[in-house]
Design a protein around this ligand. Sequence first.
Ligand SMILES: [Zn+2]
Length: 342
Amino acid sequence: MMTNFEIPEDKFNVKYLINIIKEDLKEYQFETFNLGISYPYSVTEEEKLLLKKEFQYDLVVGIEKELLKKRTEVSFGDIDIIIDFNYKQIEYKITSLYIYGIYNKYSRELPQTIDFCYKCRGKGCSFCNNTGILRNISIQEIIEKYLREKYNFKELKFHGAGREDIDVLMLGNGREFIIEMTEPKERKINEKELLEIENNINNNEKEKIKISNLKITEKEKVAEIKNEKYFKKYKVTAECETEINQEDLDKITINKEFKIKQFTPKRVAKRRALITRERSVEILEVKKINNTIFEIEIKAEAGLYVKEFVSGEGEKTKPSISEIININCKCIKLDVTWIYRE
Ligand SMILES: [Zn+2]
């Protein structure tokens, strides 16, 4: 956020500047701030020392007195106020607010984040009816809708602890995420309000998602959850090209960890480096459903492409379930059933 101001004749006029700042920030709650000043190039080092002692000091005290109760000396405040006399502008950097939560996803048509149109990349075109968005709604947009009923902020960013494909359900203990609200006007968010928002989402969106554990968190937590490499349990439904019998399925070894070599699958090749990755997998259960369909439960290391582990994708994933049973099969349904966080 930026304001331009005219420099008055008595350039370093505390009252004048405080009035501008007060007007600019009248809608924003904040309790702590940091002040930075770029003095005019014409000011000498000596003059600068004096200005810091008097003008800058008076300005800080004035902002404290007029706009809030206290100021922090830490480098991270609710707002950074940067006054630049050379460019005649004041810049405000308003610190984002972060909310932690866990989601379950019960729909196979729901992306985690906004699904921007791939033809126009969100600008709007005839393909997407000028919306810039391909699907109606994502988990991110559902949560945003309920937060906006209560809070005023500029943008909502969604930071997930990984993601599942659109057609994959997220069951069991759910996936962690952090919501970032940029340039928030309210900073006094309490747990009771968050619980209310959580209940509203869970009552109205129960066919799509469930949200739990909403609480205020810190920026540092974003990197933390993004870097977590958890094992996950999946329930996979697979369909075979030809009929299968129990003997075929008995070839799948249960409760033994083994290593999979996996070259980047075609469907993610545009977004991921083309390399061979090694991931460990353990098959926990195999169940025949009918003559061509069976279910397996697996525990897999973070980063395994499960669909390709089933099909083998030619020979790009080795070994694969197709290879083990010696019948081509593919994943027709996939659910994450547990994330091992310990
Ligand atoms: Zn478009």
